[in-house]
Design a protein around this ligand. Structure first.
Ligand SMILES: Nc1ncnc2c1ncn2[C@@H]1O[C@H](COP(=O)(O)OP(=O)(O)OP(=O)(O)O)[C@@H](O)[C@H]1O
Ligand SMILES: [Mg+2]
Length: 242
């Protein structure tokens, strides 16, 4: 578990409100993540997980609230500026360049090394994702969904982020690929990367996360360690099981 003691959080979100048109989607979301932690945002379909991540990335403009990343106030900042500040985002739908090879997809994501963040090269990423190493000259469009998901994460890592946001990384993957994904997240944590993920899959979340927040109808209803959540059947029944 990461040190949360006296260090300021790497990422903190306070009182976030967000709308799509007139629909009030996020109603005062607050959360904080320490450097090196793996934190999961759990919640059912439509709870507000993706909207929270998009607000952090500047893809959805919050109506109200503070978002601090390292020493910067990033609420309302443009996505490219948030990215440059050291936050990477892997959306729910895989976004690779289908007409580019694996290697070329990685080159598209390359940014300068960043102080205090792990530094990635294609070779280091191929060690982390051995199946990508075997297809480095293959076109992105000729890969399976799971392989594309891995490539999307690998390409984001080429930007040498301090933290990565993964939106439902296990969704739609076969069980054996889900297990590989879990292993990847654990290795990223071991490298010192901070990981914030959204999930509906409690099983996957349990295998990779230190701490969880549960969101429902745009509000945080629970915060605790994975062990505390595992012991709290009432909370799981209220907010997680279908
Ligand atoms: N672009 C949009 N325009 C209008 N409403 C939206 C838009 N995107 C999402 N919503 C609505 O906002 C609410 C929260 O959606 P969000 O995508 O954040 O949920 P989620 O927790 O990520 O769900 P899922 O697990 O299905 O991905 C839902 O009621 C959804 O219908
Ligand atoms: Mg979502």
């Amino acid at each position: 578990m990461a040190e949360t003691g006296t260090d300021p959080p790497l990422l903190s979100v306070e009182g976030l409100h967000s709308y799509y048109g007139r629909a009030h989607i996020l109603s005062g979301v607050s959360l904080s993540v320490a450097r090196g932690e793996v934190v999961v945002l759990l919640g059912r379909n439509g709870a507000g997980k993706t909207t929270t991540l998009k607000c952090i990335m500047g893809l959805v403009r919050p109506a109200e609230g503070r978002i601090r990343f390292q020493d910067e106030d990033i609420a309302g900042a443009a996505p490219y500026a948030v990215c440059r500040a050291g936050l990477a985002y892997v959306p729910e739908d895989r976004r690779i360049f289908t007409e580019l090879t694996v290697m070329e997809n990685l080159e598209v994501g390359r940014q300068k090394p960043r102080a205090g963040a792990p530094e990635w090269t294609p070779d280091r990423l191929f060690a982390l994702f051995p199946n990508l190493a075997e297809m480095r000259n293959r076109l992105g469009g000729r890969m399976s969904g799971g392989e594309q998901q891995m490539l999307t994460i690998a390409r984001s890592l080429m930007g040498n982020p301090s933290a990565i946001l993964l939106d439902e990384p296990s969704e739609g993957l076969a069980p054996v690929i889900v297990e590989q994904m879990a292993q990847t997240v654990r290795e990223l944590k071991a490298e010192g990367l901070t990981v914030i993920l959204s999930e509906q899959n409690l099983h996957f979340a349990n295998h990779v996360s230190d701490r969880a927040y549960i969101i429902e109808k745009g509000q945080i209803r629970y915060e605790g360690t994975m062990a505390a959540l595992a012991a709290d059947e009432d909370v799981r029944a209220a907010y997680l099981t279908v």
